[in-house]
Design a binder for this molecule. Structure first.
Ligand SMILES: [Zn+2]
Ligand SMILES: [Zn+2]
Length: 357
């Protein structure tokens, strides 16, 4: 079968790999529909392997070369003998985190912090950028008829963004600043808007700012042109925003978050910083500010996020800027996304080879 396989930095190949031949009692054979290219995949492509194991992973023994793809929707082709939650022909979205179920965190329901965490499409035998994949049935949720296959592939980043907003305890009527309008920032603004928040988005990159504007959820500010914190103070009677969702992983944005949030406000660090950032912790003390990190999402969030999308409350498809065939995944996917002058934000890949549907 055809698959997009990571071999090393700048070495992703669309090639023929062996199709799955056996199916465990609790496993499901899937035919992926759409699969998103994620920031994590881009990091692997640019400078990996980082997350992709080069030695057998302790949870499942997988190691590179790795079939990519952890944000995907699929059709159920075949089910193991003990599978009861999905049937052949169902359309599903896959929750890709794999966990041991036995460690300190798993026993407390914090499976996304499992000490042996693995992920479909990063540290697992199968991935969503392939014609077929095998995934445990417990990791899939059926899509309602009101939801498209494409939307089903955006549940995962949708859950990441929702977790960031939820961690900042955003409530209806709150004023929220979102720093960074990449896929996660754009999704966070859609989710916070659905919660009834009044939103500001800060974004430097013109392509991302244009996408943010098209979402029509709030004012989009350019931090290279205005002092975002001063502007926000100005329009909030000198108080600041109730919460900030920091989605850029950028030092200046984190500093803007601290200057923009009101006293006793909350900052969610949802974007990943690849370098250390300097902040003044005294300000956190003096102004009673809480900064919380978020990692992935609660693994139980799929049905809730799917329900929101299915009822039109969380239009995640608005962040999808292009859909491509798996044959073009390197050139029109990875290379375009890592190009700083590129005009793409979220690229979805069709593993069956056709870019339509
Ligand atoms: Zn992802
Ligand atoms: Zn565990």
């Amino acid at each position: 079968m055809k698959a997009a396989v990571f071999h090393g930095a700048k070495d992703i190949r669309v090639e023929d790999v062996a199709a799955p031949t056996t199916l465990g009692e609790t496993d499901v054979l899937l035919k992926p529909y759409w699969c998103g290219i994620c920031g994590t995949d881009l990091h692997e492509y640019a400078m990996g392997p980082i997350v992709i194991p080069t030695h057998p992973h302790p949870l499942n023994g997988s190691s590179a070369p790795q079939i990519l793809g952890h944000e995907f929707s699929a059709e159920v082709l075949e089910i193991g003998k003990k599978v009861i939650n999905v049937r052949v022909g169902d359309r599903v979205s896959v929750m890709p985190l794999l966990y041991c179920g036995a460690c300190y965190y798993c026993r407390r329901g914090l499976n996304h912090l499992c000490r042996e965490m693995a992920c479909v499409g990063l540290s697992f035998q199968w991935g969503g950028m392939a014609e077929l994949a095998v995934v445990p049935a417990s990791h899939m949720t059926r899509l309602p008829d009101t939801m498209s296959d494409l939307q089903g592939a955006i549940v995962e980043p949708g859950a990441v963004a929702a977790y960031g907003v939820d961690t900042a305890q955003v409530r209806p009527g709150d004023t929220v600043l979102i720093t960074g309008a990449g896929p996660i920032g754009a999704l966070a603004s859609l989710y916070a808007s659905h919660l009834g928040a009044n939103i500001f988005i800060s974004e430097l990159n013109p392509t991302r700012a244009a996408l943010a504007r098209s979402l029509d959820v709030g004012e989009v500010l350019d931090p290279s042109k205005i002092d975002v914190a001063a502007y926000i103070k100005d329009v909030t009677q000198g108080i600041g925003v109730d919460a900030v969702i920091e989605c850029s992983g950028n030092e200046r944005a984190l500093q803007t978050a601290i200057s923009s949030v009101r006293s006793a406000g909350r900052i969610s660090q949802t974007g990943l910083h690849t370098k250390s950032a300097s902040i003044d912790p005294m300000i956190l003390s003096e102004r009673d500010i809480t900064i919380s990190g978020t990692w992935c999402f609660p693994v139980t969030d799929w049905p809730r996020i799917i329900d929101l999308i299915g009822r039109g409350r969380y239009p995640v498809e608005k962040v999808a800027t292009t859909q491509i065939s798996i044959d073009d995944v390197v050139e029109k996917g990875f290379d375009t996304l890592i190009d700083p002058t590129g005009d793409q934000i979220k690229v979805l890949v069709n593993a069956r080879g056709a870019a339509s549907n």
